[in-house]
Design a protein around this ligand. Structure first.
Ligand code: WTA
Length: 641
């Protein structure tokens, strides 16, 4: 493999091994070659990695630091020049058959117009813009318009509440919010503009709100602050030039949940992120130029950033945006779309696979799936039964199934089969991407690296271009969260088994992060919402296995003296959670208990609460360090099975 020759696609295990070894032996040469062949630079970088995990406490590491680019030239301009009429975004609205085809030339024009409009509202390079929208093409336009002028976008998932939106607006200091009057999902309206108004009440930092008109519903507009998307774009330039950025300028902030505190604003930068998203998208799915590619995630999550918008557009393929749900109008919606749009590559989450599998094969087999080649899954561990069903039924036993493990922080896929190359095992994410060196750490706190088969905490040993650089405005928190548990390693927060073949089996989070239907939420966020109510003295929230959602949410509540667990109380507590986090957050089970199991030093033993919630009270283990071991028996007796 010489430096400037495009790399051949990986089609065999030997091919994978060659590339993995090349990236391991000379990461700088490997990644410089990939970025030059895949990305449109204005000034090609000559530098690879600067800094590493041992120096990260002193400041972010960098990739390609001397390169200059604007990532929209990779995602739009070069394709608008070469294939102007090719569909860039294929939109399927909430109602089946409500379809739009937006070509690369049209998408570029839409992006230029909104970019110009943002500029006229005073947005400049480095300023932050919040995007609070549903799955309309305009959400992707908004992201790219920010990138066009070097502004930093932060997409907030449309299922988050006004409180959650306000927190994010404040944390990143956003000056403009882009939203839509209402969202549509499963035949219902989602009041995005109304929630935005509530979030922005009294927020003086926000000088403008741009509102895309999704429906004709009446929409109150705030004089002087709110602007209709169609008005500002009608009067804007269709040729806004791209602002030149440094490779390490921030491209976006995405808030994600951790073990403690409020969600953190994970920061991704231009050059490394676009390289990694483009490379992994092309390699993992074996993307062909004429593919119709469909990832049915939401742009509010990292999967939507990397594998609906940035990766596919940079690769110049048609990317589907899907506004609805897998169940609307019935469980056949995905395969109905596959037939109508002749989809070749389809990417979804285990929770959706389990939900539609429960409705039987008839919803699948009545549609033609012969165009499908690759089926992907992401977001949570996939159980072997769901994997097998995905492979046999939608995939007719002939499609490659790729179980892709990665995180908001990793920017792109890290452990995965390569379609058509890696032999799969149902339930295993298999092997690392070139450039990713996973290691397992003994879970006993000794900090020892494990060799060979075993189960431990998943870390990554060496930097890669797509990884997050910092937490917005809080680099110490970035270092403390990811680089202190295992010094000089990136700690993922996941547990993992490695088998005799070196294959990886992700077992789920080992910290206090919940994964409900592929949505990542912190137990701490639930607990602080529950504690807002006066009746509550203490709250502890844990996850438990759920057959469809992957994890359910179990809340233990200690009431204030004199308070009673009325029938009404769970509803009020649920309402508080919804107000503070959003409709995505739901407690499945409440248990009212007299006290939490605490050590003599006052630390809550969550392990015990987890085991009881999991319905495994006999696996609790040693309780001798508890201040009052008798609480355990009371909690066991009140288990909400
Ligand atoms: C989990 C989503 C098992 C994991 C891209 C990780 C997975 C968290 C898989 C990140 C997978 C993601 N198998 N678990 N294939 N993919 N996860 O940041 O626990 O929303 O740490 O990124 O999802 O969630 P996030």
């Amino acid at each position: 493999m010489t430096e400037n020759q495009p790399q051949a696609p990986i089609t065999s295990m030997d091919g994978w091994r060659d590339q993995w070894m090349a990236a391991r032996q000379n990461p700088d040469a490997f990644w410089l070659a990939r970025t030059r062949e895949l990305i449109q630079w204005r000034t090609e970088p000559t530098q690879g990695l600067h800094g590493d995990f041992s120096t990260i406490k002193d400041g972010p590491l960098t990739w390609f630091a001397d390169g200059k680019l604007n990532i929209t030239e990779s995602c739009l301009d070069r394709h608008a020049a070469a294939t102007p009429d090719k569909t860039a975004i294929l939109w399927e609205g909430d109602e089946p058959g409500d379809v739009q085809h937006i070509s690369f030339a049209q998408l570029l024009e839409k992006v230029c117009r909104l970019a110009d409009a943002l500029g006229k509202l005073g947005i400049q390079k480095g300023d932050r813009v919040i995007i609070y929208m549903g799955m309309v093409p305009e959400a992707a336009v908004a992201m790219l318009a920010c990138a066009r002028i070097g502004a930093i976008h932060s997409v907030v998932f449309g299922g988050f509440s006004a409180e959650a939106l306000r927190d994010r607006v404040r944390d990143c200091g956003a000056e403009v919010v882009i939203t839509q009057n209402v969202g549509r999902r499963g035949g219902r309206n989602i009041p995005l503009k109304a929630v935005t108004d509530e979030a922005l009440e009294g927020e003086r930092g926000v000088k403008g709100v741009i509102v895309f008109k999704r429906t004709d519903d009446e929409t109150p507009m705030v004089e002087g602050r709110d602007h209709w998307w169609h008005d500002v774009c009608a009067n804007a330039s269709p040729n806004t030039p791209a602002t030149e950025c440094d490779a390490e300028d921030a491209l976006f902030i995405l808030y994600t949940s951790g073990s403690t505190g409020k969600p953190k604003g994970v920061v991704h930068t231009c050059g490394g992120y676009i390289t990694y998203a483009t490379y992994t998208h092309k390699t993992v799915f074996g993307i062909q130029p004429d593919d119709v590619y469909a990832c049915v995630a939401d742009v509010g999550w990292i999967t939507g950033h990397s594998y609906i918008v940035y990766g596919p557009l940079s690769n110049g393929v048609t990317t589907l945006m899907f506004e609805s749900t897998p169940m609307y109008p019935d469980a056949g919606r995905y395969w109905d779309m596959v037939q109508r749009h002749k989809i070749n590559v389809f990417y979804t989450a285990p929770t959706a696979i389990r939900a539609i599998a429960a409705h039987g094969d008839d919803f699948v087999t009545k549609y033609d799936r012969s165009t499908l080649r690759v089926l992907g899954t992401v977001g949570e561990p996939i159980n072997p039964e769901a994997w097998q069903w995905y492979h046999d039924s939608p995939g007719e036993g002939r499609c490659a199934v790729v179980d892709t493990w990665w995180q908001t922080e990793t920017g792109g896929i890290c452990i995965t089969p390569i379609a058509g190359a890696t032999p799969t095992k149902p339930g295993s994410a298999t092997l690392p991407m070139p450039g990713i060196n996973p290691v397992l750490m003994q879970a006993d706190g000794s900090g020892k690296v494990m060799w060979g088969p075993g189960e431990g905490h998943l870390c990554i040993e060496y930097p890669w271009p797509g990884q997050a650089r910092t937490v917005w405005n809080d680099h110490p928190r970035f270092v403390a969260t990811y680089f202190q548990t295992y010094p000089n390693y990136y700690f993922t927060g996941d547990g993992c088994k490695r088998d005799d073949d070196g294959y990886h089996w992700i077992t789920g989070r080992v910290d206090d992060v919940l994964n409900v239907s592929g949505h990542r939420m912190g137990t701490a966020e639930f607990e602080s919402a529950l504690l807002i109510r006066d009746e509550v003295a203490e709250a502890a929230v844990v996850g438990y296995p759920h057959p469809i959602k992957g994890q359910g949410v179990y809340a233990y509540i200690v009431l204030q003296p004199g308070q009673e667990a009325t029938d009404e109380l769970p509803k009020l507590l649920q309402q508080e959670v919804r107000t503070n986090i959003g409709v995505v957050a739901k407690v499945d089970k409440f248990q009212f208990i007299p006290g939490l199991p605490k050590t003599r030093s006052g630390k809550v033993m969550r392990r015990i609460l987890r085991k009881i919630a999991e319905g495994q009270p006999d696996a609790i283990g040693d309780t001798s360090t508890l201040a009052d071991p008798s609480v355990v028996e009371t909690i066991k007796a009140g288990y909400q099975g």
